[in-house]
Ligand binder design. Sequence first.
Ligand code: DX5
Ligand code: ZN
Length: 213
Amino acid sequence: MTIIAPSILSSDFSRLGEEVARIQDAGADWCHIDVMDGQFVPNLTFGAPVVKSLRKRTEMFFDCHLMVENPENYVDSFAAAGADLICVHAEATHHLHRLLQSIHSKGIQAGVALNPATPLCQIEEILPYADMILIMSVNPGFGGQKFIPTSVDKIRRLKQMIRERDLKTLIEVDGGVNGETAKACREAGADVLVAGSFVFGAADMQEAVAALR
Ligand code: DX5
Ligand code: ZN
């Protein structure tokens, strides 16, 4: 069963709590939280205090995607704020193994994200230590971009790497996911689909979540 994780990046920030309730009511499984620092990506969003406030309003699984430099500096605050999974970019740290250990030491799940230009060999050694690999299917920083088609083959090759090693690592895809691209991603082996504009731009959110599944 595919996990559907709407990104609140495309939501109305003035009513964030209600927007999270709305994705839950629409049948979504996870809440994808895009954290941007204006350094790793050319945009700013929100930090741990926002996650902490939202945590008081829902029990939903918080999938925190950190698009930040020096992600090691944010593990404590996001874990304390109520993140269920912290996903860091392989490009943003020199010590990925140590970072995943530090996330796990908080009793939460750890993911590793790869930009479109970053090859899979970057995570070959870390694969047994990651709960999830996030394949970026757009260049991170903004919602509403077009899906990069070569991402499908990247998902397929990653699925094969995971199978060969007999691992249970989840594959998440993020960027330009809609009813059509979702199908290709699922068939290639994706387990978790992130969608921002497709879900929040839909007239019927429940229908949009169902279309992704
Ligand atoms: C992009 C973010 C995505 C974004 C996806 O940097 O990581 O999660 O919200 O938005 P859509 O689904 O609109 O491409
Ligand atoms: Zn994201």
